[in-house]
Design a binder for this molecule. Structure first.
Ligand SMILES: NC(=O)C1=CN([C@@H]2O[C@H](COP(=O)(O)OP(=O)(O)OC[C@H]3O[C@@H](n4cnc5c(N)ncnc54)[C@H](OP(=O)(O)O)[C@@H]3O)[C@@H](O)[C@H]2O)C=CC1
Ligand SMILES: CC(=O)N[C@@H](CCC(=O)OP(=O)(O)O)C(=O)O
Length: 342
């Protein structure tokens, strides 16, 4: 059994780790932390976990964390980077759901996150946690920086086209919509029911912190620097990301076959039949990215539709997929949930 600690277990992604790990045959979750709720049983905060998770939240304590095989950080940015050096030196494996170790350029990270990066050497060592791109490196990594939610939906959608060199890399557009759970559990006016229901809006149009992360990966996929316009939107749903991706084809190709072949061996990417329009509700609670590729006018414009659950393939499910790869386990352990519809 793998001894597991979750730092930040009261948040949405922390609770989602608990939900998914409760059906994982090799997971032994020993420590779940919260500063605000220390002493509280899990079921008092998350009644859905009653009968499945019998643990009590405790204050984070690095010595206790170091006795585990793997520590998940489901915390706001800058928290993991304070503990990672100590844990790494003690041989613990770390899976960070935050953005602390996603960017290799830590000066850029400091600009986008408005605070200095305190351990650039670990950012250099971290493996970006997108299994479809980095499976081999994840297997031997000590530190995994799980890919962000919008980045996962967008990167998986563009990957087959970029790898095949089929599109104009200077004209990439990602128009993406997220449910409000993407903003976390903390109280904030923008995610109140009265502010977010019956409403849809774009935000961070002049630059979202996921832009450098997505660019970094797309550059790697394309083998050259891409130009990307990325506009996120907040939609009145709780879970889900829907990304509509646009680009121009440089030459004609059988795009349906390209996508099907590219993801043929990927357990968590579903290339839908020609003409399909994936819906967020079909991935709710599941570690699945559903993709569909279209040429709406039959000209050189290609459109990819990509949906994920931001809390699962966009965070906790992807983190568990990475853990399974790191520990040599079947990738589907803990991740066999079938979405409930409606
Ligand atoms: N929500 C989403 O869809 C996604 C989120 N992520 C990332 O995952 C991380 C967690 O997100 P989410 O679950 O939404 O966040 P929440 O705000 O819902 O939860 C944050 C958790 O972190 C704990 N925490 C906060 N500050 C500290 C601290 N200084 N030290 C230790 N623990 C702390 C909180 O508990 P307490 O304060 O009681 O200690 C709480 O349990 C973030 O970095 C986010 O960007 C990634 C992909 C998708
Ligand atoms: C709706 C909403 O607010 N979404 C968040 C992104 C979700 C998230 O937590 O981002 P990471 O994947 O980087 O951790 C945002 O725009 O900042």
């Amino acid at each position: 059994m793998i001894k597991i600690a979750i730092v930040g277990a009261t948040g949405y992604t922390g609770a989602e780790l608990l939900r998914l790990l409760s059906s994982h045959p090799e997971a032994d979750v020993q420590i779940i932390t919260s500063r605000a709720e220390a002493g509280l049983p899990v079921a008092d905060l998350y009644p859905n976990l009653r009968g499945h998770v019998d643990l009590v939240f405790t204050e984070p304590d690095e010595t206790a964390l170091a006795a585990c095989d793997v520590v998940f950080f489901a915390t706001p940015h800058t928290v993991a980077m304070q503990s990672v050096p100590g844990l790494m030196q003690r041989g613990v494996r770390v899976i960070d759901l935050s953005a602390d170790f996603r960017l290799k350029d830590t000066d850029a990270w400091a600009d986008w996150y408005h605070t200095p990066h305190t351990c650039p050497e670990y950012a250099a060592e971290a493996v970006y946690g997108l299994p479809e791109l980095n499976r081999e490196a994840i297997a031997t990594a000590q530190l995994v920086a799980v890919a962000g939610c919008y980045p996962t939906a967008i990167q998986l959608g563009f990957y087959p086209l970029l790898k095949a060199g089929l599109i104009d890399t200077k004209q990439l557009i990602a128009d993406a919509k997220s449910g409000t759970s993407g903003a976390g559990r903390k109280a904030a006016i923008g995610t109140l029911l009265t502010e977010s229901a019956e409403n849809m809006k774009a935000y961070a149009v002049s630059g979202h912190r996921h832009l450098p992360e997505i660019r970094q990966t797309l550059n790697q996929m394309a083998g050259s620097d891409v130009s990307l316009t990325f506009i996120p939107h907040l939609t009145p749903m709780i879970r889900g990301i829907h990304a509509t991706l646009y680009s121009r084809l440089l030459k004609s190709a059988d795009l349906q076959t390209l996508f099907e072949q590219h993801y043929a061996d990927e357990p968590f990417v579903d290339v839908m039949p020609a003409g399909a329009m994936p819906e967020t509700r079909t991935v709710r609670g599941a570690n699945t990215c559903r993709l569909a590729v279209h040429q709406p006018q039959g000209d050189d414009t290609v459109v990819v539709l990509s949906v994920i659950d931001n809390l699962v393939k966009g965070a906790s499910g992807q983190a568990i997929q990475c853990m399974n790869i790191m520990f040599g386990l079947p990738e589907f352990y803990g991740l066999q949930t079938v979405p409930a519809l409606p």
